[in-house]
Design a protein around this ligand. Structure first.
Ligand SMILES: [Zn+2]
Length: 261
């Protein structure tokens, strides 16, 4: 069995950032790096204990250099940095499943901690086939196109609910209860590590229930930008996209393997 663990930072235990700043620019970031590392290790250890031969960690928050790399489980390899041509780089049909650690709810979610969709500065919302979606569904669908199911998500309670609304068969751990963008009622970080270990073991025990998540093909995507200038900049980068509103770019993709955030 082969697995890939996608790791963001906003959804980890005792991570809330600071008002008016991204998490990366907040005093809470060093703790976020350490806790995301511990939570990732808990998931990796559960996968190896369940019989995995290979576990790859994909560090994907911000510039992709967040985890405390020398403290990661030595049996893992790490994908890090920016500039990959797609989400879930290196993932292919030979993988058994993907997991998400530290993920967060989509932009605009009420009382979700640090909710956003890829960039809190640039994107107001992203719709797929007319439905508003966030990073959890978008990333899960990229893995789904390769036939690889999402099996586990750790996030705040709003992120877990969002994940279950798209993929009700997965296992989740709610690390904290979101009370607002920058406040939460968190479980103790060590308790969360234990819960992640136990719940990932359960997810691997129930692999036959896990299904690849797919949007219907072809995939209609609308990006609602926060500012007109973001649309203009994105238009240069996104060949074949149409301006369909004051701050909206749209396109139709054959499938989500062509998706770039
Ligand atoms: Zn992030």
């Amino acid at each position: 069995m082969k697995f890939m663990i996608a790791v963001d930072c906003e959804g980890s235990a005792c991570v809330v950032g600071e008002p008016g700043r991204t998490l990366s620019n907040s005093c809470n970031m060093q703790f976020a790096r350490e806790q995301a590392t511990r939570e990732t290790n808990a998931a990796a250890r559960a996968l190896f204990d369940a019989g995995a031969e290979q576990v790859v960690i994909w560090d994907n928050h911000g510039d992709g250099t967040n985890l405390i790399f020398d403290q990661l489980d030595q049996r893992c390899k790490v994908l890090l940095g920016t500039g990959f041509s797609r989400r879930f780089p290196e993932l292919d049909e030979t993988y058994t499943g993907v997991l998400m650690i530290g993920y967060h709810a989509m932009a605009g979610t009420t009382n979700a901690v640090l909710a956003h969709t890829y960039s809190s500065k640039v994107y107001h919302a992203i719709h797929v086939n007319g439905l508003e979606v966030g990073e959890i569904a978008l990333d899960a669908s990229v893995a789904g196109e390769l036939g690889v199911p999402l099996i586990f998500v750790a996030s705040d309670d709003k992120g877990c609910a969002e994940a279950l609304s798209f993929t009700p068969w997965i296992k989740t751990v709610a690390t904290k209860q979101g009370f607002g963008r920058n406040c939460a009622y968190s479980k103790h970080p060590t308790v969360v590590e234990t819960e992640i270990y136990q719940t990932v073991r359960q997810a691997v025990d129930r692999l036959e229930e896990m299904k690849p998540f797919l949007f219907a093909h072809p995939v209609q995507i609308e990006i609602y930008f926060k500012k007109y200038i973001h649309l203009i900049k994105a238009r240069f980068r996104r060949q074949g996209w149409r301006i369909t509103g004051q701050k909206t770019l749209s396109t139709t993709l054959a499938d989500m393997r062509q998706w770039k955030c």
